[in-house]
Structure formats: structure tokens, C-alpha cells
Design a protein around this ligand. Structure first.
Ligand SMILES: *Cc1c(COP(=O)(O)O)cnc(C)c1O
Length: 395
């Protein structure tokens, strides 16, 4: 499969467009793993008009400032910096803390997590995941720390919170920074509040395939105004004022178009999350008790965002994971195998000593067994039943 991990091939998108008049509709319309949530088009038009009238397209325009404030309030975080996407935000987050040397991270993630380290000349050190949560296993972190280790970059995989307390304890003991890749964790809360308030920095993605999208977009949640100022400089070429450049910063700014859309999306996100919750509940009810099929348990204390619906296809199931994947495809259901392959299996990583599969047994098994089923706010009941029946019919 070519292209970015989460995006169906473009011909799939085209085939989801309405059929031209006179042609027969497809017998079974395709069901993708996700479908972006969009506000009513008419609500966006007046905002576009304001951008056209003001001619302020980027560089901290009025929509950027408004969205940044509204987003921080919604998420329950005090300081947040908007970005053009999460990958640039990850790269910048590492720069803002001057991270170098080695960083401990998970192989069970989207490849951008580790790529952001390579972009900074940092060596990723892969540590295995906990088989129950599929998040970085805190028990295994300490053994991977060397004199060169400067930080830990965990991922709240599928929006399920990492063991933030354990990770914090280790980081404090060894004087390490913690940067959470929170690309999946929009809106997630524990009893202690937003999950995004843990660690030194957290990075969000608003890519089209994520729970909350601005077409493309991202953000860094930071602990104080001083850190935010530095991050805002780094995302604008390192400019401090009109004449002063203090660092080799990048262009990571979010445009007015994306910010205006984000502002509008915020008004609809709660309803979208509720509808995702209903899809999640229907899957759990229909799939529980199927031998060999394991749903990840609902995270107990978290306000969950239902970003993904991963199931693990174990050897007790009549089909292998790949056979089930194909069976679904045969019925135009495009479930996705993520995360597979592991990041550590890609050519730019597999030579690292921490990348050997024997070092990563739980992540390797999950990559072999995982299948993410279609989940999105507008998933029709009948379509979800088609997914469920395709799975239960093989049992
Ligand atoms: C989507 C994703 C990213 C990259 O986000 P972009 O906004 O597309 O750059 C990074 N990490 C994880 C875990 C992701 O899922």
C-alpha cells in the first residue's frame, strides 16, 4: 500500500464519489476505516468571506488567534501553539527543548514519531509496549537508558493514556524530558484533567484522518508562556522581531483557512464524539465473546475519544488477521492494519540494535494481530452491521 498510512488510495476516494447519471451504482459502496468529519458547508462560507475581505491569510491572523484561545479552553490547557501539521510540531518540540543524543520511544506508532527524531539528528531507542495497553511499557524503559539518553517520546496510542505517573517518575529520576506524541489523544481526560498536561510537551494532530481535523494541522501544548514564545519563534523561521533571527526555525505556521475551519469544527466536535461512542459501543456488544477476537478494554478512568476501534485477531480466530483483512476488502470494507509494519522494521530504523524483533516481542505480536475497524461519526448503522456480519459470519 503506497502513500500515507492512514489515507486510502486516491482511486478509493474517487470511487466513493456519487456515480454519474446513467451508470449503475456499485452493489456495495465502500466503507473506509475513517471518514473526516466536516461542518455544514454553508457555515464555512461566511468565514471564508472574512478571510477574502481581510486578505490576511497567515502569520497569526485573527482566526489563528481566536482558534488558539478557543482550542486551549476546550482542551483544558493553558498554553498551546498551533502548527501546520503534527510532524512539524514534533520536530519543533524537540528543538525547543534542545533534545539531542538518544530518545526512548515506541515502535508501535505512525512513522512520524521516529522521523521527527531523525530530522533532529537524534538516535531513536525502541522500547517494547505493554501487551494490554499497546503503550510504551514503563517497566522496560529504565534498562534502555544510557549516558546519551536525554528524553522519552511516548505515544498515547489510539487515544489511550500512557502510564504518565510511572513515566514521570522515571524521567525525574534520570533527569529526562518527556514529549508525548498525543496525535491520537484529542480531548482525552483522566480524573486529573486533560492528558495533554503531562510531560514537558504534548503534540496534537488535526490531520484529516484524526478525530478532530482542520484538513491539515497540529499543535504543541506547553507548560508556560515562555516555552510557548520560544515555540512560536521556532515555527516562524526563528524570528524574534522584524530584524532578529535567533534559531534555524522552520515554517510550521497554521494558515487562516485551517484556523477558521478549526474554530467551526470545535462547535461540532462534542456531537461527533458522542456518535463515535455509539459506534464503539455497538462493536463491543456485537464482538464480545467471539473466540480469538480481542477488543482493547475501555480505558477505565479516561474520557475517551473513540478515535480508533482496534481488534486483535489471535490464533483462536478461524482466520488469520490478513485473511480477515482480505475478507473485509472483498466486501468493500477497508479496515487498516495499523500499526503494521512496526516503525522499527522500516529501512532507516531496522539497523538499530533496539530494533531487533527479539527486543520488541509485544509490539511485534500486536503488529501481526491488529486490525482497525471502521469508526467515524457518520458511520451509518447499516454499514456498521455489514462490518459486524462479515466478521461474525466466519465464526
Ligand atoms: C497522524 C500522526 C502523526 C502525524 O500527524 P500529521 O499531522 O499528519 O503530521 C504523528 N504521530 C502519530 C501517532 C500520528 O497518528
Amino acid at each position: 500500500m503506497s502513500g500515507k498510512l492512514f489515507i486510502p488510495p486516491s482511486e478509493d476516494f474517487e470511487s466513493s464519489l456519487p456515480e454519474p447519471a446513467g451508470q449503475k451504482p456499485l452493489a456495495q459502496s465502500p466503507i473506509y476505516v475513517t471518514q473526516p468529519h466536516l461542518p455544514p458547508f454553508d457555515e464555512f462560507v461566511p468565514l471564508l468571506r472574512r478571510i477574502w475581505d481581510s486578505k490576511q491569510l497567515t502569520n497569526s491572523g485573527p482566526f489563528h488567534e481566536k482558534f488558539e484561545r478557543a482550542l486551549g479552553e476546550y482542551l483544558g490547557v493553558e498554553h498551546i501553539a498551533l502548527f501546520a501539521n503534527a510532524t512539524l510540531a514534533l520536530v519543533t518540540a524537540l528543538q525547543s527543548l534542545r533534545i539531542s543524543g538518544e530518545v526512548i520511544t515506541t515502535p508501535y506508532s505512525f512513522v512520524a514519531t521516529s522521523h521527527s527524531l531523525l530530522w533532529n539528528g537524534i538516535k531513536p531507542v525502541f522500547v517494547d509496549v505493554d501487551p494490554d495497553t499497546l503503550n510504551l511499557d514503563p517497566v522496560k524503559i529504565e534498562a534502555a537508558i544510557t549516558p546519551h539518553t536525554t528524553a522519552i517520546m511516548p505515544v498515547h496510542c489510539y487515544g489511550r493514556p500512557c502510564d504518565v505517573d510511572q513515566i514521570e517518575r522515571i524521567a525525574d529520576t534520570y533527569n529526562l524530558k518527556v514529549i508525548y506524541d498525543a496525535a491520537h489523544a484529542f480531548g482525552v481526560r483522566t480524573s486529573a484533567g486533560s492528558i495533554l498536561n503531562h510531560g514537558d510537551l504534548s503534540v496534537l494532530s488535526f490531520h484529516a484522518t484524526k478525530v478532530f481535523n482542520t484538513f491539515e494541522g497540529g499543535a504543541i501544548v506547553c507548560p508556560d508562556a515562555k516555552t510557548k514564545t520560544r515555540i512560536d519563534q521556532l515555527k516562524n523561521f526563528g524570528y524574534v522581531d522584524e530584524l532578529t533571527v535567533v534559531a534555524p526555525g522552520i515554517n510550521g505556521k497554521m494558515s487562516e483557512f485551517n484556523a477558521a475551519l478549526g474554530l467551526l469544527q470545535l462547535q461540532h466536535i462534542d456531537q461527533a464524539l458522542q456518535r463515535r461512542a455509539a459506534v464503539d459501543a455497538r462493536y463491543r456488544e456485537a464482538l464480545q465473546g467471539i473466540a480469538g477476537l480481542r477488543c482493547l478494554p475501555m480505558p477505565g478512568h479516561a474520557l475517551h475519544n473513540y478515535a480508533y476501534f482496534p481488534v486483535l485477531v489471535t490464533h483462536d480466530f478461524p482466520l488469520s488477521r490478513d485473511q480477515l483483512f482480505q475478507r473485509l476488502r472483498d466486501r468493500s470494507i477497508y479496515a487498516r492494519r495499523y500499526f503494521y509494519p512496526l516503525i522499527s522494521a522500516f529501512p532507516m530504523y531496522r539497523g538499530l540494535s533496539s530494533a531487533v524483533p527479539a527486543n520488541l516481542p509485544a509490539a511485534s505480536l500486536a503488529a501481526e494481530q491488529v486490525l482497525c475497524l471502521p469508526i467515524y461519526a457518520d458511520l451509518a448503522h447499516a454499514d456498521q452491521m455489514r462490518v459486524i456480519e462479515t466478521i461474525t459470519s466466519v465464526c
